[in-house]
Write a protein that binds this ligand. Structure first.
Ligand SMILES: Nc1ncnc2c1ncn2[C@@H]1O[C@H](COP(=O)(O)OP(=O)(O)OP(=O)(O)O)[C@@H](O)[C@H]1O
Length: 219
């Protein structure tokens, strides 16, 4: 699904912030990515979402060498990835419902085919009442849940999530974890960057730790 070999990353002429990162994420795996603030977790997710290219090393996503992926290939490849950004990135001109439904609309599905699924997922993440409101009026935790719902609605092959429980209480975090685990059970490969030790303890899934740009894998 994902392979990195001795990947390094620097921003401009700055210091190398990811150093010799090597790991394989096999199809169907569920892993956490943790590490201190500034360790490079978001940067690693940016690489996997193909928002940036490594400055050295080899990387492949869905079996494709990322240096061979052209700009025009990106939209189709990204449709296979669900992503929860730390800053949510909801579209301001769409309602919560429309934001969550967007991946299905983009995939060409007719609304009558997905309306019930979107409403059910909104209910599951506790946003049924907010379906018709615009993102500006949502709280931080509500925005986060909308972003998660949008990332999982199309059952992507790969789910990348950056601090997906950073804005919700422990009970909701537990509920969201169930959503990620269920998605994984249905076949999605999952990588979650988080500081949430409770979440990691509950999931009992492998943890990769980034420290000063270097990766350690702990069981
Ligand atoms: N666009 C950028 N330009 C220059 N430096 C950047 C950029 N984005 C991140 N960095 C630097 O890269 C390093 C890693 O940042 P990154 O956001 O990947 O860490 P993180 O582990 O996700 O941190 P946090 O847990 O606080 O979100 C930091 O030193 C940061 O200042």
């Amino acid at each position: 699904m994902v392979r990195l070999e001795n990947v390094g990353l620097r921003y401009g002429h700055g210091p190398e912030i990811l150093k010799d990162i090597s790991f394989v994420l096999a199809p169907g795996e569920f892993r956490f990515l943790t590490g201190p603030s500034g360790a490079g977790k978001t940067s690693l997710l940016r690489l996997l979402f193909l928002s940036m290219a490594p400055t050295r090393g080899f990387m492949s996503v869905f079996g494709q060498d990322t240096t061979q992926i052209g700009r025009s290939d990106l939209p189709l490849l990204r449709r296979r990835i669900g992503i929860v950004f730390q800053e949510f990135r909801l579209l301001d001109h769409l309602t919560t419902y429309e934001n969550v439904a967007l991946p299905l609309r983009v995939a060409g599905l007719a609304e009558e085919k997905y309306r019930a699924d979107v409403m059910e997922l909104l209910k599951w993440v506790g946003l049924a009442e907010q379906a018709r409101v615009m993102p500006q009026v949502l709280s931080g935790g509500e925005k986060q849940r909308a972003a998660i719902a949008r990332a999982v609605i199309a059952k992507p092959q790969l789910l990348l999530a950056d601090e997906p429980t950073g804005n919700v209480d422990p009970a909701l975090a537990k509920r969201l974890l169930r959503l990620f685990l269920e998605l994984n059970r249905l076949g999605t490969t999952v990588l979650i960057a988080t500081h949430d030790v409770q979440l990691i303890a509950q999931a009992k899934m492998p943890v990769m730790t980034l420290d000063q740009g270097q990766l350690r894998l702990a069981a």
